[in-house]
Design a protein around this ligand. Structure first.
Ligand code: AMP
Ligand code: MG
Length: 492
């Protein structure tokens, strides 16, 4: 498929005008290709050759418009750090349109950093190279981990100065998702008592994204339930890989249960339950161990927004399902991380125990879990704490570690798989490679100096994070001791 034959159908732009503002992207004067992801391009049917053409850069920095595309900025509102903000909207992202594919799939093609829109408020409408590289890599890392996410197709760079804490250069990222509707999209119409728009939005989401709910006796209740369950599972998945989103505002919550709007996110290196990385988050509102609760907070506000479409008791009933769905997903995942395929009394305590041990032992979250597959269930090895596990624990944690490992060893006796089988299963859920902050930063530093190869190297590695690649051994390591553990700001 070539660029000029992409088929756009702009279903969202055909909704009432109150849903968006029509606005064209503001291109860069001298754009250049920073990187392109052939896997995401293939979702649109674009060939690697099409991605390398000169016109590719023009299309994905907004200098050339696609035939049939009808660009818009979407309206939404949201709760930000617990406070209601009545109007937000795409302040720097522009939805070029929706591409429909012969296989029936549909992809929103959105340019992030595409210039000012009527929703920009005081913002400049731009994104900086640093932040789009982080989002690009993290979207693809998340996809590699099997966690629902928006996708990243390319980054176009520029020499346009964009002021942040320091002067940086502007860049645009092309993001793909079946839909960019957020919880905040429902909230904006509910808060304005625009029940007709609320209903139109719900109908649109059901028709195009949850078509199997159309025949439910109460489609809106069913929609709320599906979003609730997907959100519960999504947040549980983040907990399993040590991912801190950083800005879980309700406008950053996808109606499809995708990870969206990567800002000051982090994959935890040294395990810290109350980890906060965003330095504007003084109270720890979005700390690692609060994300499951925040998921509930956001679902509560989505349910509240949808109340005009159902009985309040029905909304409450669905809301009540969040906690059990989240806990079930969490414990299923944590059991899998420990290589437990059966469910036994005491499993929850075993999980709590390992997390406590990791906290006390200042363990690297990813490497410690990965190392657990080296534990043998064979009886005469009961006392052995494998060196591979031991090396990730501070010495003061070794006595309590012995106790935990003995319990773990006993528990493994109840499992049907042999050591090799369990190891293979564990290595499919405990990644070896994650997008560590220092790895992303190294790619950013090189890119800012004009070298883009590291971005692609990381993208390829993280697209397959479970399989060991001997030549990439250093990429599996935590940052060197003493390396600056920089806090990340919201600025992007
Ligand atoms: P975020 O925290 O990135 O999800 O952004 C929150 C809101 O601020 C959204 O409505 C964004 O569109 C808007 N925003 C963020 N950065 C900018 C910017 N540089 N220019 C205009 N709007 C922005
Ligand atoms: Mg956002």
């Amino acid at each position: 498929m070539s660029l000029s034959t992409l088929s756009f159908d702009n279903r969202y732009a055909q909704l009432p005008e109150a849903f968006y503002a029509r606005v064209a992207p503001t291109p860069f004067a001298r754009p250049h290709l920073v990187t392109v992801n052939p896997d995401a391009a293939a979702l649109l049917g674009l060939t690697p050759e099409a991605c390398q053409s000169a016109e590719f850069v023009d299309y994905f920095c907004g200098a050339r418009s696609f035939a049939g595309a009808d660009p818009i900025a979407m309206l939404y509102a949201g709760h930000q750090f617990g406070s209601w903000v009545p109007q937000l909207g795409d302040g720097r992202a522009i939805l070029l349109g929706e591409v429909d594919r012969p296989d029936g799939s549909h992809w929103d093609v959105q340019l992030k950093g595409a210039g000012r829109t009527p929703f920009s408020r005081q913002g400049d409408g731009r994104a900086v190279l640093r932040s789009v590289i982080r989002e690009y890599l993290c979207s693809e890392a998340m996809h590699g981990l099997g966690i629902p996410t928006t996708r990243a197709m390319c980054i176009i760079g520029s020499d346009e100065g964009v002021p942040r804490e320091r002067m940086e250069t502007g860049a645009m990222m092309t993001r793909l998702a079946p839909s960019h509707v957020r919880f905040g999209t429902f909230q904006v119409f509910a808060s304005r008592n625009q029940t007709d728009h609320l209903k139109t939005l719900a109908d649109h989401v059901i028709q195009f994204h949850y078509p199997h709910l159309r025949d439910e006796p109460q489609p809106y209740v069913a929609l709320l339930r599906e979003v609730t369950l997907r959100t519960a599972r999504l947040v549980a998945r983040w907990q399993g890989v040590g991912f801190v989103h950083g800005v879980l505002n309700s406008d950053n919550m996808s109606i499809l249960g995708l990870t969206i709007d990567y800002g000051p996110f982090v994959f935890i290196d040294t395990y810290e339950p109350a980890y906060v990385r965003n330095h504007t988050d003084h109270s720890g509102f979005y700390a690692f161990n609060r994300q499951m609760e925040i998921g509930h907070f956001n679902i509560y506000h989505l349910a509240t927004a949808m109340v005009p479409l159902m009985d309040a008791e029905q909304a409450q009933g669905v809301l009540n399902e969040y906690k059990s769905a989240m806990e079930a997903a969490y414990s299923q995942q944590m059991r899998a991380k420990l290589g437990l395929t059966t469910e036994q009394d005491g499993d929850a305590a075993l999980v709590e125990g390992v997390l406590d041990l990791m906290h006390r032992g200042k363990a690297d979250f990813t490497r410690f879990f990965r190392s657990l597959s080296t534990v043998s269930a064979v009886a005469d090895k009961a006392d052995a704490l494998p060196a591979e596990c031991q090396q990730w624990l501070a010495p003061e944690a070794l006595p309590p570690a012995k106790v935990w490992f003995q319990r773990y060893h006993q528990r493994l006796q109840m499992e049907p798989l042999d050591d090799a089988g369990r190891q293979a299963a564990m290595n499919r859920v405990n990644p070896l490679y994650i997008l560590r902050t220092h790895l992303a930063q190294a790619a950013i530093d090189k890119a800012e100096a004009g070298e883009f190869g590291e971005i692609e190297r990381l993208r390829v590695l993280l697209s397959n994070p479970f399989e060991e690649q001997k030549s990439m051994a250093t990429y599996s390591l935590p940052p060197a001791a003493g390396a600056a553990d920089a806090m990340l700001s919201c600025s992007s």
